[in-house]
Design a protein around this ligand. Structure first.
Ligand SMILES: O=c1[nH]c(=O)c2[nH]c(=O)[nH]c2[nH]1
Length: 300
């Protein structure tokens, strides 16, 4: 029985784009996952392999980045409409475009009232925390001889600084190709555990909230030359402010944001349009201890 081609569509799925608006010192961020599907006069490529009407999926991805640079991303819907109209109105063989968008929402990290170099009344201009991702953890060990040990923690606290991060001066061997940068996005998904040196705190919820706040403040206030340095500052901040905590163990994946090369489209990126890669990622881990304390959180 002869076969016929039924409904079909194609495009690039899950284009991860972070668009920064750096027009003022108070940066705005749009973080989207965009999937493009195009329909139209596309029988030839399926039936004979004639690709003359195929707008490459690579070009659809580039379009997402280029239009984001050109027009900014005002709202998720408006950006989806812009893309859909572009593909249908400007590419003759495309009759219908379906754009699916997921937006990841970032809240600003509240400002520490005692520090003044940030603009805005009570928020930090370039530091963000993604809402709804984190989990609070606890591990209690008790035995009759040694009593109780309380490990508290947080998992998947996703944070980002849209500036105040550099990375340069690193060791180079024949396989090193990374370019040095004086201004990059620094983003990570914090997993932390901290060991209390007492089991009789009056308010564990408050201790947790306070420790979380110190981690966030240290992340956002550290002008960073390496995620390793930020890790140390985060742990040290907790040790300094929480006499009940002797040890902080941190695991920080470096959520890389690569500046998209927009030169082929006649545009300078200007540190505004990024490809948010999910893997591979750098993984920076370390324990920060109260001087004199022994590490006791088990190494995974
Ligand atoms: O903060 C960083 N630390 C590294 O060790 C590293 N390595 C790398 O490629 N990028 C980065 N960034």
């Amino acid at each position: 029985m002869p076969a016929i081609l039924g409904q079909n569509q194609y495009g690039k799925a899950e284009v991860r784009i972070v668009r920064l608006d750096r027009a003022t010192p108070t940066h705005r961020v749009k973080d989207l996952n965009v999937s493009v599907a195009l329909r139209g006069d596309l029988a030839d490529t399926h039936l004979t392999g004639d690709n003359s009407k195929v707008l490459t999926t690579d070009a659809t991805k580039n379009t997402v980045y280029a239009l984001a640079k050109k027009h900014g991303i005002d709202s998720t819907e408006a950006f989806g409409l812009l893309l859909a109209r572009h593909f249908v109105d400007d590419v003759p063989q495309v009759r219908e475009a379906r754009i699916r968008l997921e937006e990841y929402h970032w809240d600003r990290i509240p400002r520490n009232a005692s520090r003044s170099r940030f603009v805005g009344a009570d928020e930090i201009a370039h530091s963000f925390v993604r809402n709804g991702t984190e989990t609070r953890t606890a591990q209690i060990t008790y035995n009759a001889e040694q009593g109780a040990e309380v490990l508290s923690g947080i998992q998947d606290l996703v944070v980002m600084n849209s500036t105040d991060s550099e990375f340069w001066g690193f060791y180079r061997d024949e396989y090193t190709t990374l370019k040095e940068t004086r201004d990059r996005i620094l983003a990570t998904q914090v997993t932390a555990r901290w060991r209390h040196n007492r089991d009789d705190l009056a308010d564990w919820d408050r201790a947790y909230a306070d420790t979380r706040r110190h981690l966030l403040e240290a992340f956002s206030e550290t002008y960073s030359y390496a995620l390793q340095q930020t890790l140390y500052q985060m742990g040290a901040r907790v040790i300094e402010h929480r006499p009940d905590i002797d040890e902080v163990r941190l695991s920080l994946p470096n959520k890389h944001h690569f500046e998209v090369d927009l030169e082929p489209f006649g545009m300078k990126n200007g540190n505004e349009v990024f490809y948010a890669a999910d893997r591979p990622y750098g993984l920076i881990e370390g324990t920060i201890l109260r001087d004199g304390a022994e590490p006791r959180i088990p190494v995974d």
